[in-house]
Write a protein that binds this ligand. Structure first.
Ligand SMILES: *Cc1c(COP(=O)(O)O)cnc(C)c1O
Length: 386
């Protein structure tokens, strides 16, 4: 069945007792055993819980994975995966990384003797130079956020495989609807399901998808042992959001390309970073490995003084962190999502005080352009008068 149909039907045939089209929320943490040595398949809800199981099965199916694990947040999913590693292990990681992942690696995992090197993951030679005896895995984000750098997943995964490293992909920005890294050779996919999968800025969740029996077993052990699992109500909300993923992503892509094209032609804007525009350096790779574009992109203003008044004058678009919801949000990465990344690294990747990130929602395109246009005009007017 096509992915649109599988998404719309998540959980709809999982409750034969009642025929419920929406799988119910089972709050029970404990489950009766029929007799000694027997189990219904459920014992204690940290290990396995009915509503979460339906979500995990659906998520694994969408990503062509052998195992699916729902976590209490995207960071919980990453923490669980990082527990595969220990003292002396080393990771090779995308340079333009999600701020929270960087913080986890540098401020917490470093205390357990796990180190990371940051590199442009398109540059295999540079990655080759970073390899050490303890290197165990490559972690990539593609596109990265906020600079929307694209990495060739197949190329990195085959390089990593030859070295005996795991390939982990944070697929938050594209979702399995648009990109399936496990099919391109990756071993593990993680998602902040808080973003596009949930889609409504109302549920915090993470997902892990694994390939291979041994790895799936290891992750199941960590998921249960660490206990950062998703609750039943949030599992339900996530499934409810995922049912409309295909429709939402199509509109996110359409709107984001329209706004990006409009900004590219605007005289107050210096550069637009959107992998769906042909001038983007990752355009060809992205077109090959994904079936469409995400709804977020970044743009750099010519004058840093325009940023504050633009954020103040927006009426429809919210000045807020996060991405991937139906509501449009504008983020200022240097002071919000990327504040924990040292200034030298931020400069190296281009997250400066003129960069804005736009998570384009599903509102009408004319309203979005009108709101952004009016805010830019008002900002330029203020600067002229100052
Ligand atoms: C938001 C995000 C995370 C962290 O997920 P939470 O659900 O906020 O814990 C990880 N990676 C990427 C790419 C993200 O956008």
């Amino acid at each position: 069945m096509n992915i649109e149909s599988r998404l719309a039907q998540i959980g709809s045939q999982e409750d034969p007792n009642t025929g419920a089209v929406n799988f119910p929320v089972y709050h029970s943490t404990a489950f009766r055993h029929p007799r000694l040595g027997q189990s219904t398949g459920f014992d204690y809800s940290r290990t396995k819980s009915p509503t979460r199981s339906v979500l995990e099965k659906a998520a694994a199916d969408l990503e062509n994975a052998d195992g699916g694990f729902a976590c209490s947040s995207g960071m919980a999913a990453l923490t669980t995966i990082f527990a595969l590693f220990g003292q002396g292990d080393h990771l090779i990681v995308s340079l333009d990384l999600y701020g929270g992942t960087y913080r986890l690696l540098e401020q917490i995992l470093s205390r357990y003797g796990i180190t990371a090197s940051y590199v442009d993951t398109n540059d295999i030679e540079a990655m080759e130079e970073l390899c050490q005896g303890g290197t165990k895995a490559v972690l990539i984000e593609t596109p990265t956020n906020p600079l929307m750098m694209i990495t060739d997943i197949e190329k990195v995964a085959s390089w990593a495989k030859a070295k005996g490293y795991l390939t982990i992909v944070d697929n938050t920005l594209l979702t399995p609807f648009l990109q399936r890294p496990l099919d391109l050779g990756a071993d593990i996919v993680i998602h902040s399901a808080t973003k596009y999968l949930g889609g409504h800025n109302d549920v915090l969740a993470g997902l892990i998808m694994t390939k291979g029996e041994e790895l799936t077993k290891q992750v199941a052990f960590l998921h249960n042992s660490l206990g950062a699992v998703l609750g039943p109500q949030d599992s339900y909300l996530l499934m409810r959001g995922m049912k409309t993923l295909a429709l939402r992503m199509e509109r996110h892509e359409y709107n984001s390309i329209k706004v990006a094209e409009w900004l590219k032609a605007h005289p107050a804007v210096e550069e637009v970073y959107h992998p769906g525009l042909p001038h983007h350096p990752g355009y060809e790779i992205q077109k090959r490995q994904a079936s469409g574009n995400t709804g977020i992109f970044s743009f750099r203003m010519k004058d840093a003084r325009t940023v504050e008044p633009i954020l103040r004058h927006l009426k429809l678009i919210a000045f807020a962190e996060s991405l991937g919801g139906v509501e449009s949000l504008l983020t200022y990465p240097a002071v919000q999502t990327h504040a924990d990344i040292p200034i030298e690294i931020r400069k190296k990747v281009g997250v400066d005080d003129r960069l804005l990130r736009f998570s384009v929602g599903i509102e009408h395109i004319e309203d979005l352009i009108a709101d952004l246009g009016a805010a830019i005009d008002a900002a330029l007017q203020e600067i002229k008068e100052a």
